[in-house]
Write a protein that binds this ligand. Structure first.
Ligand code: NAG
Ligand code: NAG
Ligand code: NAG
Ligand code: NAG
Ligand code: NAG
Ligand code: NAG
Length: 422
């Protein structure tokens, strides 16, 4: 049984979902991590596996339709495999879809329907889910609405700033999540599936990499959402409790930033397991998020631009590009946590990021022309943190070592995060 789940997970999931006391925890982890740890996780947490997610937002327009033909057959295959293993009544197969699979020409939820170019396919998938008692899984991101829509009303992205509202029939919407969710409810209803259950596969708010991605907004959004979840408050069209997975547990410092620089900053926790802000998850735990214990850091030292180096040095630009391409400079730029650094600070930030990502290797702070130097004075200022890498244990068997995100830390984080609910 364990082996089958492991097999299914390693081939078809980019996300393993754990359920704990009615709160669901998404763990977006790379497949290679799953290949190494899947057996362990499956045997320890087997009882918590309720869903297998096939693919992730396969119908995004950026995929040029590449997965239109394979998604439904994949759902069917996984379902058959679960059935053969006698697990299909306990473990449901679903596909997390982006909210762009439905639309409303007027922005009113009641005008919602599935996107016209994939209407037939969506109806086949919805029928499959309905026939098998599986939920419709959708990822809804008010942050992305704000990011992509000029003049989007800021307060409408949150749950308690009712400066803007939308009235639809007799229903009033004071936040975009409810309006978006109910657009889906209407789309389902119009096509004869008004009772299909809905799971929010991902919801969250990033904390860096964009002017609207910060600790304050992320806390307001996630707390506002959790308050509704805790109160069992649904949406105007579905006033029953919402099933949702907060995205995400940890920042991912090597994730693709093609969608935007905020992409590496969705975590409730930094990569060292420290909570970013207080978040009350309800009566289960009054203390909010609990920091990881027993995390060990590398030495208190940073790589910065040498005070004797010149900004005019011809090697500066290429060195910064080199460091940023291989490490993480998404906290630099307008409105970000390090957006106020001067040119020297920017360069130091890039050098340090590269140095820490290379586990403080001496050779990772040897930029040309003596541009860089190691210091034991923390260059952090205000909101701008020059981080120190955590100790990583090298993992054998085909996994690249040297990333600061080790299997043992991973297990620690899982444990710690679960303990937040106890
Ligand atoms: C989609 O098409 C664009 C432009 O032709 C291309 O750059 C991109 O790689 C394609 N994406 C996929 C997933 O095929
Ligand atoms: C929400 O409203 C409060 C009070 O009017 C304001 O201080 C806060 O900045 C608003 N939050 C957002 C995200 O607009
Ligand atoms: C939805 O559920 C209700 C109550 O269980 C039932 O009466 C109704 O027929 C269902 N509608 C559909 C479309 O399945
Ligand atoms: C909205 O909720 C957040 C988090 O719960 C709180 O900090 C903020 O003050 C609230 N704003 C308003 C306008 O009530
Ligand atoms: C620092 O770097 C950011 C991101 O590359 C850039 O937007 C900003 O203008 C730089 N600031 C200075 C003073 O060079
Ligand atoms: C770098 O510093 C070392 C030691 O201070 C010195 O010997 C060397 O000439 C310097 N290199 C350059 C390119 O300035």
């Amino acid at each position: 049984m364990t082996r089958i789940i492991h097999h299914i997970i390693s081939y078809h999931m980019s996300m393993l979902w754990l359920c704990f006391c009615g709160v669901y925890v998404p763990l977006a982890i790379y497949m290679w991590t799953l290949s190494c740890t899947g057996g362990l996780i499956a045997s320890n947490f087997e009882l918590f596996i309720r869903y297998v997610a096939v693919g992730n937002e396969p119908f995004l327009s950026t995929y040029n339709g590449s997965f239109l033909g394979t998604t439904l057959p994949a759902l069917q295959n996984i379902h058959s495999a679960l059935k053969k293993a006698g697990l299909d009544t306990r473990v449901k197969v679903t596909v997390p879809l982006n909210a762009d699979v439905y639309e409303s020409p007027t922005n009113l939820p009641s005008d919602g329907n599935f996107r016209s170019d994939i209407q037939d396919l969506m109806l086949s998938i919805v029928k499959f889910l309905s026939d098998n008692g599986a939920p419709f899984t959708v990822n809804i991101y008010p942050f992305i609405s704000l990011y992509t829509t000029p003049n989007f009303p800021l307060g409408f992205a949150f749950f308690n700033n009712s400066s803007s509202t939308l009235t639809d029939g007799g229903k009033t919407y004071d936040n975009v999540f409810d309006a978006n969710h109910d657009t889906l409810v209407w789309a389902l209803q119009k096509n004869g599936y008004g009772n299909l259950s809905i799971v929010i596969g991902e919801i969250g708010w990033p904390t860096d990499g964009d002017m609207n991605a910060n600790l304050n907004y992320a806390q307001q959004f996630n707390q506002g959402f959790m308050n509704n979840v805790i109160a069992g408050k649904g949406t105007p069209m579905r006033p029953t409790p919402v099933d949702a997975y907060l995205f995400s547990l940890l920042d991912e410092d090597a994730k693709s930033i093609q969608p935007g620089n905020f992409e590496r900053h969705w975590g409730l926790f930094y990569i060292d397991g420290q909570p970013k802000y207080a978040l009350s998850l309800g009566t289960l735990n009054s203390n909010g998020l609990v920091p990881a214990r027993g995390v060990t850091y590398l030495s208190q030292q940073w790589c910065i631009m040498s005070p004797s180096a010149s900004l005019d040095d011809p090697q500066v630009a290429s060195s910064v590009s080199y460091a940023c391409a291989r490490a993480d400079c998404t906290s630099l730029g307008y409105g970000t946590s390090c957006g106020d650094l001067n040119a020297q600070g920017n360069i130091s930030y890039a050098f340090n990021s590269y140095y820490q990502q290379n586990n403080q290797l001496e050779s990772a702070c040897l930029f040309p022309n003596n541009l860089s130097v190691v210091t034991s004075n923390d260059p952090s200022t205000g909101t701008c943190k020059f981080r120190i890498m955590i100790q990583s244990q090298t993992v054998t068997s085909g996994v690249e070592g040297g990333r600061g995100f080790s299997i043992s830390s991973f297990v620690t984080f899982v444990g710690v995060f679960l303990s937040a609910f106890l």
